[in-house]
Design a binder for this molecule. Structure first.
Ligand SMILES: Nc1ncnc2c1ncn2[C@@H]1O[C@H](COP(=O)(O)OP(=O)(O)OP(=O)(O)O)[C@@H](O)[C@H]1O
Ligand SMILES: [Mg+2]
Length: 248
């Protein structure tokens, strides 16, 4: 469903060029939860943002359902992006808008009619168990509730893919568990393919079917986390994920 081929990205910095991604090849199958794990600066966010071309790679191709979206004209790219939701570490909610307005926002941009917006907003809020919060402002919500609103906003456009950038990093372990449960629910019940990036081993272990290990802009290995999969991890992070590393 998602195929990245030879994705390379170099940033120009004050101290010279910095290669954030080095010829990344990866295939993410429909319906899975695929995680990328790595330390700060490994290139996780850059890679995630290249899936919807918020970050344009210097070279390489991004295929979504066999279509190279890097080759599309702007208008068509924007249309394809409507089918790729995204959530972030700090929720990115509109603070001066109610929960309802936040979730309705992407649909208003798509010029969807009001009754349909209402239907979709309520359906999305029900999935994250927050239908009673429609009139509240984000300031009144806990971190976990804010992230649930962000999930509702992301799924309201009925995306095929959901990109998640460190979406539990600002949350305590218990709330992290709750958010991961909602991500699993969205994956299973709505059939949305999820790509997430995290530096938290526990997150990768709890929800991911596959984990790609990123180190300094290189994808060093991809591990199958599904039950009974046989892996012989080569990287330190990989060995740690399977509980046979000495710690990192
Ligand atoms: N806009 C930019 N300009 C210059 N350098 C950048 C830019 N964005 C990212 N980088 C650099 O590219 C590298 C990869 O960054 P990226 O944000 O993808 O890492 P990350 O794995 O998401 O890190 P973190 O866990 O801290 O979020 C880092 O060295 C970063 O400093
Ligand atoms: Mg990042």
């Amino acid at each position: 469903m998602i195929r990245l081929e030879k994705i390379t990205k170099t940033y120009q910095t004050a101290t010279g060029p910095l290669q954030a991604l080095n010829s990344i090849d990866v295939h993410i199958q429909k319906g899975v939860i695929f995680g990328f794990i790595g330390f700060s600066g490994a290139g996780k966010s850059t890679l995630l943002r290249s899936i919807n071309l918020l970050e344009r790679p210097d070279s390489g191709s991004v295929f979504i359902d066999n279509e190279d979206i890097a080759k599309l004209p702007k208008k068509e790219l924007l249309q394809r992006r409507e089918k790729i939701g995204m959530i972030f570490q700090h929720y990115n909610l509109l603070l001066n808008s109610t929960v309802y307005k936040n979730v309705a926002f992407p649909l208003e941009i798509m010029r969807i009619k009001k009754p349909e917006i209402e239907k979709r907003v309520m359906k999305s809020l029900e999935i994250v168990d927050l239908p009673e919060k429609t009139d509240d402002y984000p300031a009144k919500l806990s971190g976990g509730q804010k992230q649930r609103v962000a999930i509702a906003r992301a799924i309201t456009t009925e995306p095929k893919i959901l990109l998640c950038d460190e979406v539990t990093s600002a949350l305590d372990p218990q709330t992290t568990g709750t958010i991961l449960d909602y991500l699993k629910k969205v994956n299973k019940e709505l059939g949305i393919t999820i790509v997430l990036v995290t530096h938290e081993m526990e997150v990768a272990r709890t929800v991911c079917d596959y984990v790609g290990v990123l180190e300094n802009g290189y994808l060093v290995e991809t591990l199958n986390m599904t039950e009974n999969a046989v892996n012989t991890p080569q990287s330190k992070i990989g060995r740690f994920l399977f509980g046979n590393g000495e710690g990192i």
